[in-house]
Ligand binder design. Sequence first.
Ligand code: ADP
Ligand code: MG
Ligand code: MG
Length: 883
Amino acid sequence: TKWVYSFGNGKADGKADMKELLGGKGANLAEMSSLGLPVPPGFTISTEVCTAYYDNDRNYPDDLSGQVDEALGQIEDIVGVKFGDNANPLLVSVRSGARASMPGMMDTVLNLGLNDITVEGLAKVSGDERFAYDSYRRFIQMYSDVVLEVDHHFFEEVLELHKEDNGLILDTELSAEDWKGIIVQYKKIVEEEYGKPFPQDPKEQLWGAVSAVFGSWMNARATTYRKLNDIPAAWGTAVNVQAMVFGNMGDDCSTGVAFTRNPSTGENAFYGEYLINAQGEDVVAGIRTPQNLTIKGKEEQNSDLPSMEETMPEVFKQLDEVRHILEKHYRDMQDIEFTVQSNKLFMLQTRAGKRTTAAALQIAVDMVDEGLITKEEAVGRVEPAALDQLLHPTLDPKAERNVIGHGLPASPGAASGQIVFSADEAEKMAQSGKDVILCRTETSPEDIHGMHAAKGILTSRGGMTSHAAVVARGMGRPCVSGAGDLRMDYKNETMIVRGETLKAGDIITIDGSNGEVMSGEIPTIQPEMSGNFSTLMEWADSIRSMKVRTNAETPNDCRTARSFGAEGIGLCRTEHMFFDADRIVAVREMILSDDEAGRRKALDKILPMQREDFVEIFKIMAGLPVTIRLLDPPLHEFLPHGEEEMQDVADAAGVPIEKLHARAAKMSETNPMLGHRGCRLGISYPEIYEMQARAIFEAAAQVSKTEGQTVEPEVMIPLVGMKKELEILKALVDRVAKEVMAAEGVEMTYLVGTMIELPRAALRAGDIAEEAEFFSFGTNDLTQTTFGLSRDDAGNFLGAYERNGIIEQDPFISLDQEGVGELVEIAAERGRKTRGDIKLGICGEHGGDPASINFCQQVGLNYVSCSPFRVPIARLAAAQAAI
Ligand code: ADP
Ligand code: MG
Ligand code: MG
């Protein structure tokens, strides 16, 4: 087996796409070498050795050492000096390199091959004694730290003491004699702490370092990191051994790191730092202040240290050329590491650079303009979920934060406002122009109006899929949920945080992007929908085949969604309209009536209000398709709480309160999720659906008359499991439509369809499609009913399920493609067989999740529908799914 891959001298055994075998660092060193860039020669011991090593009780394959010797020989030939040669020693670095960079892996060891004798040789051939001893002391410290596990603070103490005693400040001020003395002390520390003298044999040093890299693959930190990030242990790490080049040989030497473009703004400008007469990680270690690479960078940061462009103009020019070569070749922004030895440039690393979302957009758009990448590639490079960063206000990073508590980052964005403890109070204060944060133990559907009115929502209980979290994300309100160190005391209108008491009206700030709760107001900065954002979105739109709709029921949400590019409404939940202050009493009156006549009386009061809701939505949506779901939740959700509210309803209905109590008791259900809801309501109280259908068609007629717009409502019946249910309710809708058209004297087209949210509906989709003109997959309920678990209770055990590896992800956040997904596939296929042109879509949280959107594309759905703030994410994800 080939275990070892050489690179150097314009050639390489490996290349960039061999990351699995060579790790990221090794693969790119090989690639740069093949490109003819100045890379010090070296070799990579492959990840297969790591696997073999662990499979074989920490023993290396027999033929490995022969291959290492041969590769070492190749380095010696290229550089012209020999490893372990006393007069002129080859020194190497030993660098770990997994496929993805990973904390916990062994740090790089530099200057390996030095010992008490070779250091003298190095001093002589370089003519620089100080440099030789500086390199040796660095080697002893690094090797002892990472291979022999002698803590680095021992060495730092010695160095600090020496500097103090001799009135020295910078490492560069120490002479060869200083370092010699320090080396003696370093070696003493090793004997004491390690129990054996510092290894003098270069070969022993080499294998010690190689084994330390492989050993670090299984250390606790690396193992934990892999678990958290789903990296299989079987991947293994590679080891890179590379000839040293020296940035610490004087003032014509330096070392540095750079990005080929600005990683925070994306600007096409070289961006980096360097240090003269320094080695390795001195730049990032913060020992000395690094200097800017470019004059531009220096000026932007008001630095008075000279840039590399000024101090080493020739080398800088060469580096700038490398920058262009790498970008052209990799066609992406690169993060590079380099060293300059005696005015000669050497490249030590390149990889795709990490960047902010704003920079990602800028770079993607620029690179298309520059002809480096195609629009498809640009669209493919931006992480859809990361767009969220750009859509919400964020805290001014310069502002001070007084953090008083922590919760979950439930809905991104930051907001400041006065503390209020009830939804009604939130609404009242918002109407008088105040900014408020709604603070609740947890929220429920009846708090919706307060959540709308508030700038942000804070709860002390509930997870990432709690009511507060889901609704807040839907509305685009910042939300911190489950902040367990807060206690809400509604009675005294106080919030207790770690012994401190905050009162209603006090100002707090929440950051829904990291879960922080802060006291006082902290300034926020508004997101900029810059030109790049819309450019990339346009490209995405030209690529994708699925439509993107939104879940919205308020005029505000509809407008927001349209401004984000929604192409219709996929789910308008009519029940949310029932909670509004001006109609909840009528709704309750309707629910609590014990006969049809009483219900109709109350429904007559609701009809004009509901019609107005639809008129406004149809106007805003201007001819785009609108799917309206008829009433879905069990009626008791609307019931009054407490005597006062009961009395209000009793007064409005003109019945004694006792009667209401009896009726309310009768309605309570043990298992409301599986109870009297959805189309079951329509079957038992047809007058409710009749009123809703009437409101829809009358509104459509009105808008088409007054606005001259064609409105094509899509009426959706929830929770259908049997064809007969839909048959009855569709007949009802058709009848009302006919009546309205006759009365208004207009012709209208409309669709009647159903949600597929029960396993039975998915299985019987073939006959349901005889009635249904469209299916909308209600994957929230379909997930609940397929798994047989309730979303509100799943928080208690889903965590343990994830830890035990039973599920990979919360199925309410990302669609369970295997199980729930199979039902979606079955329903889509059977539905289409019956009705070739049946419209298929998905609504619910999954419609905004990139992985689930990709699945929808594979199944061939016509559209996805998601909350307004996720519309841009869905547009991008749908485009990526189509590529
Ligand atoms: P990391 O993965 O932490 O970046 P590296 O293996 O890249 O670790 O090594 C860190 C630094 O050590 C490099 O940025 C470079 O400055 C220095 N270095 C590594 N190998 C060599 C070498 N052969 N010659 C000179 N410097 C080196
Ligand atoms: Mg590096
Ligand atoms: Mg549902």
